[in-house]
Design a protein around this ligand. Structure first.
Ligand code: AMP
Length: 196
């Protein structure tokens, strides 16, 4: 796979989380900036999003935010980014974040993060893009989700080939290496299954 130029990072907007999660966001920002990979993210200044962006910028990296007008008006946008794109809707935002990026990472987060990473995975599953997707399972944060996905796979709700598209690793650096080594593109099942 070509080296990544930009990676989309989904992560928490909450400020009410332990320092250990903030540390993961800063580690990710520094890692991507040091690897000369630009960060694409939700454009916020709050929670892990702010930590991620600030750390990448402080390391000399490029950071692109994509934020809906409504959140921008609530003064939740980061004002020090390389570029902040303000769009009309959440749908436009997610489409633009996906279009700009070569791969997707989810750091710990809540509903927004889960929704975004599952959507990116679904788009890979359906062949709308062929970009690798993964979870930073720091301190076991994503174990319940990984176990749920395993159960859904065993019960036949998720096909093994599709399950394998959602990668994970315990650290941002390990996930970056896993994403870079991912064997994609995978042809969607309805186009005749895996082609690796
Ligand atoms: P959550 O995990 O529920 O905190 O949602 C975080 C994700 O949703 C981020 O990856 C953003 O793309 C988006 N998001 C949620 N809240 C905000 C916010 N206040 N400012 C910018 N983006 C947000």
């Amino acid at each position: 796979m070509e080296p990544f130029r930009r990676i989309c990072v989904y992560c928490a907007s909450s400020n009410d989380v332990h320092e250990r999660w903030r540390q993961v966001a800063r580690e990710t920002g520094r890692l991507l900036a040091s690897a000369n990979i630009a960060v694409v993210y939700g454009g916020g200044c709050v929670g892990l999003m702010g930590e991620l962006a600030d750390a990448a910028l402080a390391t000399g990296g490029q950071v692109f935010g994509v934020i809906p007008q409504r959140l921008m008006a609530a003064e939740l946008g980061h004002d020090g980014l390389t570029e902040l794109f303000v769009v009309d809707s959440m749908h436009a935002r997610k489409a633009m974040m996906a279009r700009l990026s070569d791969a997707f990472m989810a750091l710990p987060g809540g509903f927004g993060t889960l929704e975004e990473i599952f959507e990116a995975t679904t788009w890979t599953q359906l062949g709308y893009h062929d970009k690798p997707v993964g979870l930073v399972d720091a301190h076991g944060y994503y174990q319940p989700i990984i176990q749920f996905v395993q159960q859904a796979t065993e019960l036949g709700f998720i096909h093994q080939q599709d399950r394998d598209m959602l990668l994970s690793a315990e650290t941002p650096a390990a996930l970056l290496a896993t994403l870079q080594a991912a064997e994609l593109p995978v042809r969607p099942r309805w186009l005749g299954g895996a082609e690796r």
